[in-house]
Write a protein that binds this ligand. Sequence first.
Ligand code: GDP
Length: 525
Amino acid sequence: MANNLEREVNSRRTFAIISHPDAGKTTLTEKLLLFGGAIRDAGTVKGKKTGKYATSDWMEIEKQRGISVTSSVMQFQYEDFRINILDTPGHQDFSEDTYRTLMAVDSAVMIIDSAKGIEEQTLKLFKVCRMRGIPIFTFINKLDRQGRQPLELLAEIEEVLDIETYPMNWPIGMGKEFYGIYDRHYNRIEQFRTDDESRFLPLDDNGEVIGEHPIKQTGLYDQALEEVLLLDEAGNEFSVEKLNEGAMTPVFFGSALTTFGVQTFLETYLEFAPPPQPRKSSNGEIDPASQGFSGFVFKIQANMNPAHRDRIAFVRICSGEFERGMSVTLARTEKQFKLSQSTQFLADDRSTVNKAVSGDIIGLYDTGTYQIGDSIAEGKKIIKYEKLPQFTPELFVRVTAKNVMKQKSFHKGIHQLVQEGAVQLFKTYRMEDYILGAVGQLQFEVFVHRMKNEYNSDVIIEPMGSKIARWIENDRIDESLSSQRSLLVKDRFDNPVFLFENEFALRWFTDKNPSIQLRDPMEID
Ligand code: GDP
C-alpha cells in the first residue's frame, strides 16, 4: 500500500506555465495535451478561436471577453507520468489567483517569445517562482520566425532575471532558414519540418553529424556548432542542484505552433522536473508519500456553473490519497466534516481520474466552508500548511453601495469576498470609506459582477489609479502624515498602510520621515 502510494506520487509532475500574453502558452499547452492524448484537436484549449468554449473558460466574464480569468487545471498521462498543468491567465489584467497558483506547483515553465525576450508579466511571475525557489524551465518559442540572436536572449535572461542558464539545445538558424536544433542533451540534431524519426541525426564524438548530409552544407550549421563549442567551453556547467534551487534554468528552443521541439522539451522536462516535495506545516515537514490525505486551498472560484450558485475550492494535495466521502478536519475551525462532492479537472471531460494523490489538484464544492490558504487533513488530524503570501496590491478603487438602503448585503458581500481573497480591503481613517486593492483591474470587474450576482448588491467603484502600498512597521502612527499623495489607510486587520501616489511620493516621504519603517509584503527582489 505505502509503496503503491509512493509510486503514484513519484509519477506526478505539477507545473504552471508563466509567460507574457501572446508568447505561446495556449499553443504549447495544447501541444502538450495532444502528446498526452488528453485532447484530440488543437483549438480545444482556447475556445475563442473555434467558437467552442474551453474547459477553463467558466465564468461569464470569461465568455464575454474571450479570456481566461481564473486558473484551471489540466491533467494528462505521458508514458509513466501523470502531469498536472495549472493554467494561469494570459491576459494582462491578471489577479492574485495567478500568483497563488504558483504556490501549488512543484516547477514552472517559462515561455519566451524569441523576438521579444523577457517581458513585463514574465518578470512578475518569475519573481514569485524565485521567491519559492522552485525549478524553472525555459522554452524559447517561435523559432520558425525571425527573432533575436540566441546568445543575446541567454544574456538577457541571466541579466534581467539573475539566474544561470543552461541551453539543453541550440537553434540552427531561425525564421525562413530554421534547420532545427542541436540537442546537447540527447546528442543529436533534430531537423525542422521533418516528421518521422528521420528528423533525428545522431552526432559523433566531436559533436558532428555522422556521414554526408545536406545540413552540413549550410553555413548556419557551422555557426551553430561554433556557438555550441563556445557554450561547452565558456558556458555554465549543468547542475541539478542549482536547477532544483531555482538558481539555474535549462533552456530549450522550439516552435510550439509547428510542434517542433515540444516533445523533446517534454521528455527532458520529465527527466529533470521534481515530483511533489515535502511541504512545511505546523506538524513539521509532511512527506508527500506519507499516508493520510492532506492539502491546502489555493484558490476559490465562484459560479463555474451559472445555473447554480456554487463555488469550487481548489485544493493542492500534499500527502496521502483523496477518496470521495472521506472525513477531514479543517485546521482553521477544527471542524470535522465529510468531503462528499468533489470534482476533478481535465481538458477533456471524457476521461476521469481514478486516483488523486499528492501533486494532484481536486476541486471541492464549497458552500462557504473554505477560505484561501485553508488546510484540511484526513480524520481528526490538524495540519496547517504555511500561510499563502499576501501580494502587494497595485491598483485601488473606492467602493460604495448604489442603494444606501441595501447596506446589509453590501457589507456581507464585501466581507465574504475579501475573506476569500478576491480583493483586499482598506479603510480610510476618519470616514472609514472602503477602498479595494488588487493586483489587476480584472479583479475589480469580477468583484462587481459577483456582488451583483451573488449578493444582489449593485456597487459603484471609483478608480483611484495605481498606488504603491507600504505597511508600517512602527506601531504608533501620526495621522497628520496622511495627504493626497501619501494616503494613510488601515488594512482589514487595522494595520496602518500608506498608499503612495508614485515612486517620487514614496521617496519624498521616506526622506522626510526616516524613523518610519515601511514594508512591502512582497519584497522578493
Ligand atoms: P498565449 O497568449 O501565450 O496563450 O499565446 P498563444 O498560444 O495564443 O499564441 C499567441 C499567437 O502566437 C497565436 O497567434 C499563435 O498562433 C502564435 N504562436 C504561438 N506559437 C508560435 C510559434 O511557435 N510560431 C509562430 N510563428 N507563432 C506562434
